[in-house]
Design a protein around this ligand. Structure first.
Ligand code: FES
Length: 282
């Protein structure tokens, strides 16, 4: 198997899988493709399938996807390089993603990432020499209630600290079982990729496992639905700001000028450049 992959500038032709591997993957691929009315819709799960085979998406894997779906290598490459859940080079058994998006960052995510970077001796995207842990920044995982969050192979480890995160990666490298805070049990990166390809999740209790949103998100959901959030519901100007003189809009009322449909070149031939705002042409 080739591991010296540069997806940005692939050199052709990519080597094919050994016959027995290709035969096995072809059977798996057929099962996936049969779920879709249009075979090309199966590209994302097939990329997970080939990632499960080798631990990352190789040129060989992309060739397999292209030939199986009747796509060009360029089309497959464009998709494989767009989504960050596809690895472009070999990585560790455990993908440790530290959320450094805004809320997690200020709650300690930046400190956790820096702590792990020093502790593991690898930078973003780097893998420990034992092949166990790949460290990376990740974006918001919609788990902000539990910030700062660390994901291992896309399972949640909530409310982390620098020390708990170090203990987590130490345990993974030592082969000790790590239990996610909620949701399904942990498995390896390749096993996760196969599940993401759409094959049955073999982990005991994984399907039944919870892992839903936290109280703050649920309160926001109730407010969005117009229900009482369970506490004092208040929608108003930011703390310390003078009271707004703008009348609040209620359902059914005519929208204000900010909300009204913008003029376009079609509706306003005198200004063909595009929408017109109060500040000028947009
Ligand atoms: S900012 Fe980290 S989960 Fe949302």
């Amino acid at each position: 198997m080739s591991h010296d992959v540069q997806l940005g500038m692939p050199s052709l032709p990519a080597p094919d899988y050994p016959a027995e591997v290709r035969e096995r993957l072809a059977a798996d691929a057929k099962e996936v493709i049969d779920r879709y009315p249009d075979s090309r819709s199966a590209l994302l799960p097939l990329l997970h399938l080939v990632q499960a085979e080798e631990g990352h998406v190789t040129r060989t894997g992309m060739r397999f996807c292209a030939e199986t779906l009747g796509l060009t290598i360029a089309e497959v490459t464009a998709v494989a390089t767009f989504y960050t859940m596809y690895r472009r080079e070999p990585g560790g058994e455990y993908q440790v993603g530290v959320c450094t998006n805004t809320l997690c960052a200020v709650m300690g995510g930046d400190a956790i990432f820096e702590g792990l970077r020093r502790h593991l001796g690898v930078d973003n995207g780097g893998t420990t020499p034992d092949g166990k842990v790949t460290l990376e920044h990740v974006e918001c995982n919609a788990a902000c209630d539990f910030a700062p969050v660390v994901m291992v192979n896309w399972e949640f480890f909530d409310n982390q600290t620098v020390e708990s995160a170090k203990a987590l990666v130490d345990g993974l490298r030592a082969g000790r079982a790590a239990e996610p805070t909620r949701g399904a049990p942990l498995c390896t990166f390749r096993e996760t990729s196969r599940i993401l390809a759409g094959f049955p999740d073999p982990r005991p209790g994984a399907v039944e496992a919870g892992g839903g949103a936290g109280p703050a998100s649920l309160a926001g959901l109730r407010l969005a639905k117009g229900e009482h959030a369970g506490g004092p519901a208040r929608v108003g100007p930011p703390r310390g700001a003078p009271p707004s003189t703008t009348k609040q809009q209620h359902p059914g009322e005519h929208p204000g000028s900010h909300d009204a449909p913008q003029k376009t070149s079609a509706s306003d031939p005198d200004h063909p450049a595009g929408p017109v705002t109060e500040e000028g042409e947009g």
